[in-house]
Design a protein around this ligand. Structure first.
Ligand code: TYD
Ligand code: MG
Length: 450
């Protein structure tokens, strides 16, 4: 079969039959790599006889619980779906300097019995040692290989007897057998494919650390996301020490769970009680501050919502939100303006979620709305009050999921009052010491508080 040359954009994987200076899809300049389009050839070269197809009955497929390797890091296990699955391949993404190498190194320290192997293509052995020296509880016998040549790495994996391998980073690995420059999309894809087959064949778990390009996508890359079983992403603001680990894709678990860490002087520390970390613990709030109770996966987290509403001096009023969806903010403002008659259209509005967290939960609407009104009226809200509820376009407060867990978290942390959707009231069976205040419409709450 004749091999066809195609050009693929390094940034967004756009394919073109000719080389282009600028990608028509993502507008990146000079991002095309030449590669051989051998998809057709590969399909016909699997060498399998068509008679060997093994069809099985659904009922015959066994569903033994997947064996998992538990790392000593609970927050990581949770995001992976309960631990490392042998034979799986995981892509670890995140901005440079966020802590990917540290997380992977700490994971290796916690699974000594799996004979982990850490392959470094980016840093020298000394750099790895310096990083390790900052971390407590290290595993002195950890195998480390400073190598970028795929064939050498594969060989080392086969003879090392390691069950878990970290490759830091996949972009640094190249194969001599492939005629493309190291770091190019062809190299990255082929090396990752090779490692994936190795993982499956020998039942080893392989973690690939991947760089993130300027738009936050894992570079080279959409292709890698399809190839691996799980994609986890390490996020956080550089200025905060908190880091959030999320699964963007997981063939072996939910993508709702998050892991929370703090980068300390001695490596990453797990944060198992996030609410206590994200709340300031102050007893008096300035105007514009409220507490929301949101769910991240199966965990409730209490967060501080801050807002500032100031008269617009000239031109278009600004709407700036940090950690909250801007369109959702616009909607809440429109509802407040229409239903409560508050003239936000003459005001600049700023919303900030404390701690560098991104709120992706409509149940925080009520907390955001009350924070906005509180700032507008310059009337502070009691610091021991929590707001739960989604806001609908008619100003109704809509029910949310997991109401008991959200209230329980507020109760546990010593809050005194919770406003929540009336529609949820029948779902609350437990007794709480926090005072429960069901609320049907935003207007009723407004008259109650202001
Ligand atoms: P690193 O794991 O090298 O990030 P990545 O692999 O994602 O590029 O972590 C880099 C940052 O973390 C670096 O700025 C130093 C900081 N750090 C600490 O603050 N404490 C520590 O104990 C360690 C190991 C790193
Ligand atoms: Mg690194």
């Amino acid at each position: 079969m004749k091999k066809k040359v195609v050009y693929i954009c390094r940034e967004c994987s756009y394919k073109s039959p000719r080389w282009l200076g600028k990608c028509p899809n993502c507008n990146a300049w000079n991002s095309f790599d030449e590669t051989i389009d051998d998809a057709g050839a590969r399909r016909s070269s699997t060498g399998k006889s068509i008679n060997s197809a093994s069809v099985v009955k659904l009922s015959e497929i066994s569903t033994d619980k997947q064996y998992r390797i538990h790392t000593r890091i609970k927050e990581l296990d949770r995001v992976l779906g309960g631990g490392i699955v042998p034979g799986s391949i995981v892509l670890v993404g995140g901005d440079p300097g966020i802590g990917k190498s540290t997380l992977m190194l700490q994971m290796c320290f916690g699974i000594a019995e799996q004979n982990p192997l850490y392959v470094t293509g980016e840093e020298s052995l000394q750099q790895i040692k310096y990083r390790a020296l900052r971390i407590k509880d290290i595993y002195e016998e950890l195998d480390i290989l400073a190598e970028t040549n795929l064939e050498t790495i594969v060989n080392a994996i086969k003879i090392s007897g390691a069950n878990v391998i970290v490759v830091d980073s996949i972009q640094s690995v190249f194969s001599e057998l492939i005629d493309a420059t190291p770091g190019s999309i062809t190299q990255v894809r082929e090396c990752a494919t090779h490692l994936q087959q190795l993982a499956k064949k020998h039942n080893k778990a392989i973690f690939l650390i991947g760089h993130v390009n300027k738009d936050g996508a894992i570079a080279g890359p959409k292709i890698l996301e399809h190839l691996v079983d799980t994609v986890i992403q390490f996020e956080g603001e550089k200025t905060y020490s908190y880091r959030i680990l999320r699964a963007l894709k997981n063939r072996y678990g939910s993508t709702n769970e998050i892991g929370i860490f703090e980068m300390s002087e001695n490596g990453l520390i797990e944060v198992s009680n996030p609410s206590e970390v994200f709340l300031t613990g102050r007893n008096d709030f300035a105007s514009g501050i409220t507490i929301a109770s949101i769910m991240e996966g199966s965990r409730p987290i209490l967060l501080e919502v801050q807002s500032l509403v100031t008269p617009t001096n000239y031109g278009m009023p600004q709407r700036v939100s940090n950690g909250f969806d801007n369109r959702r903010l616009q909607m809440i403002l429109a509802v407040l303006e229409k239903r409560l008659g508050i003239p936000f259209s003459h005001n600049d509005v700023f919303v900030n979620i404390a701690g560098g967290v991104y709120l992706n939960d409509a149940s925080a609407d009520l907390a955001v709305a009350i924070a906005l009104v509180s700032s507008f009226k310059d009337i502070a809200i009691d610091a021991k009050t929590v707001f739960i509820g989604e806001i609908g376009l008619t100003g109704e407060v809509r029910s949310v999921a997991s109401i008991e867990q959200r209230i329980a978290e507020a109760d546990k942390l010593g809050f005194e009052r919770v406003f929540f959707p009336t529609g949820n009231a029948s779902k609350i069976l437990k007794k709480f010491s926090v005072k429960l205040e069901p609320i049907e419409r935003i207007s009723a709450l407004f008259h109650h508080l202001f």
